[in-house]
Design a protein around this ligand. Structure first.
Ligand code: HEC
Length: 116
């Protein structure tokens, strides 16, 4: 009975040293209550509606252009959001109030590259 297991190399405890990287449940406590309609979450809007075409919250180009650091003036941004562009971007003039569009423009102006 010659069972030759000599070639089997046992790596010292290295494998076991990798302890269970247990997924620490991170409860995002950042949920700020939105008490009234004046709190219009543009970030959320970009994560959904606009994000299909304006990537990363408007920081990067998608099907549409990057919005961060736009050289367009407010009037241009406003009319683009309200009227859209045929074949390129839907019109949102019926969807948002002027005040909400103001907030969208403010959001675009405040966009900064993500840290890290
Ligand atoms: C179906 C894709 C699509 C969606 C959805 C979309 N956009 Fe656009 N958007 C575009 C395209 C394409 C352009 C460039 C149009 C052009 O050629 O002038 C654009 C242009 C713009 C501009 C003008 C910026 C510039 O430099 O030309 C703004 C502001 C803008 N979008 C905001 C929004 C906002 C806010 C939303 C969500 C409410 C949104 N877009 C949703 C495709 C989209």
């Amino acid at each position: 009975m010659k069972s030759n297991l000599g070639t089997m190399t046992l790596l010292p405890a290295a494998a076991l040293a990798v302890s269970l990287a247990c997924g620490v449940p991170v409860h995002a406590q950042s949920a700020t209550p939105a008490p009234d309609q004046e709190t219009f979450d543009v970030g959320q809007l970009f994560a959904t509606t606009c994000g299909w075409c304006h990537s990363d919250g408007g920081r990067a180009a998608g099907k549409g252009p990057q919005l961060m650091n736009t050289t367009r003036d407010d009037a241009y941004l406003r009319s683009r959001i309200k009227s859209g562009k045929s074949g390129a971007m839907p019109a949102f003039g019926e969807t948002f109030s002027d005040a909400q569009i103001d907030q969208i423009i403010t959001y675009i102006r405040q966009l900064k590259p993500r840290e890290g």
